[in-house]
Design a protein around this ligand. Structure first.
Ligand code: C2E
Ligand code: CA
Ligand code: CA
Length: 521
């Protein structure tokens, strides 16, 4: 194991771990957010529930007070008024009793007259500016000294309610605190559990909000009908508890996904890293083989040649496609050995092919490095010698990228031409190169890439590119081979435009030499 390999292995491991950690972190973050969301929703629903009760109570108590005020003729505690008071409490869910207050004393109520009046003990009663009503919070009456009431009075008439009535929303956990707040007078009308006054002053946008102050999560809801805000709060420890609950469910998935992803990343990296060594072994062990894809003459419909396409069968039987290992071979300096191998296999496969079909040709793909090396010319000459092939039995395909290094490549192409072998430009239009070099090389064929053939029959604006390429090839007197022809429509359009040759699944897929021989027999 060389040092460089070890360094790359370390990088691969670190990268795989990093990839694997992402889903795990994600599941934690998600659990945290989800836990908080659950608690926020729960608190909002408590606060809304309190608000609903508070609005109902407010509505009832003002209706009651107004009825008494309207019915009054002189004495506020006249028998008819007292009778009306008991009728109002009996018909209300929230009101304990109605009454009449003067100078802080309840002079009469639904229960009758109270002589000199029952003193209402409370903190300072708060007068509310807008409607002239007075609010007594935490009020106590001598008839029920243990109970705290809220009393609202206007024009002397008053409604008395249990303080807890609006907070009595049914079962809710002990750690949840709730309150009803009057923003005008900045007073809490009722409250349960820990309440911090600052919470009620938190900015309220759109009628409701949730926030935390570092210790509690708080939900606020404002009434649209009355100057009332209700709130519900819970210690943040409850939120964390909720998150842990979600995490218990979510994190195992995150861990599983992380492990799978990390392993996958590692296997891919290792495979990619080990590829040159594996490829070297493959060359030695003869794991490379060729398939041949028929090339058709569009006019006659006859198969006039085939492109040799390389495959790699690994010892375990998996076939590695060339898109995967050709780039590796190019990067690791193995490509020329691969090309040499391809020409050897063609020689072995061809056997009697050229003797039986003297006009037939086999195309071989050359890489950029091959086009810079005179060794390639030697190998092609050897191929002709070994198989008895004539120059026209062989065609070489040079990619646009391979043609970039003009001067060196020109010499090699000239030498190939000197053998009598013709050259096709492959993958034309898929790289960055310009037209100019096409004119400067003596080329014979242009292969129209599958990507242009694909757009042909679509009528898309891009289909014009194929048309331009065809016109340009004609102007440069290049014969054309269209690649990746899959439909009759494409074949027809290409033929109409004057393209001579084509290959593609419409005609045949790449096949072993034996199949090719029966195909063209
Ligand atoms: P390429 O030279 O452009 O080869 C054409 C590719 O298109 C081949 O893929 C072929 O199987 C595929 N093809 C042909 N007809 C159709 C069709 O109708 N539909 C579709 N979807 N595909 C079609 P393949 O064999 O996987 O080769 C991929 C690339 O690998 C080749 O592209 C070539 O650049 C490279 N390659 C293959 N063999 C060799 C080789 O021996 N030496 C070198 N240097 N490169 C090679
Ligand atoms: Ca090709
Ligand atoms: Ca191509």
């Amino acid at each position: 194991m060389d040092l460089n390999f070890q360094a790359r292995l370390t990088v691969a491991i670190c990268a795989s771990v990093a990839v694997g950690v992402i889903p795990i972190l994600l599941s934690f973050t998600l659990a945290q957010r989800q836990g908080r969301q659950i608690e926020e929703d729960r608190l909002l629903s408590y606060a809304r529930n309190v608000l609903f009760r508070s609005e109902r109570a407010t509505q009832q108590l003002y209706a009651g007070i107004d009825r008494l005020a309207r019915a009054r003729h002189g004495d506020p505690c006249a028998p008819a008024q007292i009778a009306l008071m008991s009728e109002i409490d009996l018909s209300s869910q929230d009101i304990q009793t109605m009454g009449y207050i003067e100078a802080g004393r309840l002079l009469c109520s639904s229960m009758g007259l109270h002589g000199a009046g029952l003193p209402i003990s409370t903190g300072t009663p708060v007068t509310r500016g807008t409607d002239g009503s007075t609010l007594y919070t935490r009020a106590r009456l001598p008839i029920a000294p243990d109970i705290t009431f809220i009393i609202v009075a206007r024009n002397g008439y008053a409604a008395v309610m249990h303080e807890a009535i609006t907070l009595d929303i049914g079962p809710s956990p002990d750690h949840v605190s709730m309150a009803t707040y009057s923003p005008g007078s900045k007073t809490f009308r009722s409250q349960r559990g820990t309440i911090k006054p600052a919470w009620a002053e938190h900015p309220l946008i759109g009628g409701q909000t949730t926030f935390d102050d570092g210790a509690h999560l708080v939900a606020l809801v404002a009434s649209q009908r009355f100057p009332t805000v209700t709130l519900a709060a819970t210690p943040l420890s409850e939120v964390h508890q909720s998150s842990r609950q979600v995490a218990k469910f979510l994190v195992p998935f995150g861990v599983a996904a992380g492990l799978a992803l990390g392993l996958l990343a590692f296997l891919m990296a290792r495979r990619q890293m080990g590829m040159p060594a594996l490829l070297r072994a493959a060359l030695k062990r003869g794991e490379l083989f060729l398939l041949y894809q028929p090339i058709m003459d569009l006019q006659s419909g006859r198969c006039i040649g085939a492109e040799a396409l390389i495959r790699w069968r690994q010892p375990d039987g998996t076939i590695v496609p060339p898109d995967v290992f050709i780039p590796v071979a190019e990067k690791s300096g193995l490509i020329q050995r691969v090309t040499e191998r391809v020409l050897e296999i063609v020689a072995a496969d061809a056997g009697s092919l050229f003797a039986m079909h003297p006009g037939f040709h086999v195309s071989v793909n050359l890489a950029a490095a091959d086009l810079k090396s005179h060794r390639t010319v030697e190998l092609l000459a050897q191929l002709m010698h070994k198989t008895g092939a004539k120059a026209h039995n062989i065609l070489v395909e040079a990619t646009e990228r391979g043609l970039m290094d003009a001067d060196e490549v020109r010499q090699v192409i000239d030498a190939i031409h000197a053998l009598g072998i013709e050259v096709a430009v492959d993958d034309f239009g898929t790289g960055y190169s310009s037209l100019s070099y096409l004119e400067t090389f003596a080329l014979d064929y242009l292969k129209i890439d599958k990507s242009f053939v694909d757009t042909l029959a679509t009528g898309a604006a891009t289909s014009q590119v194929a048309v331009h390429i065809i016109e340009m090839a004609k102007a440069l007197k290049l014969r054309m081979i269209a690649e990746g022809v899959e439909t009759e429509d494409q074949a027809r359009l290409l033929k109409e435009r004057g393209v001579q040759f084509a290959q593609g699944w419409l005609f045949a897929r790449p096949m072993p030499m034996a199949a090719l021989l029966s195909h063209i027999a």
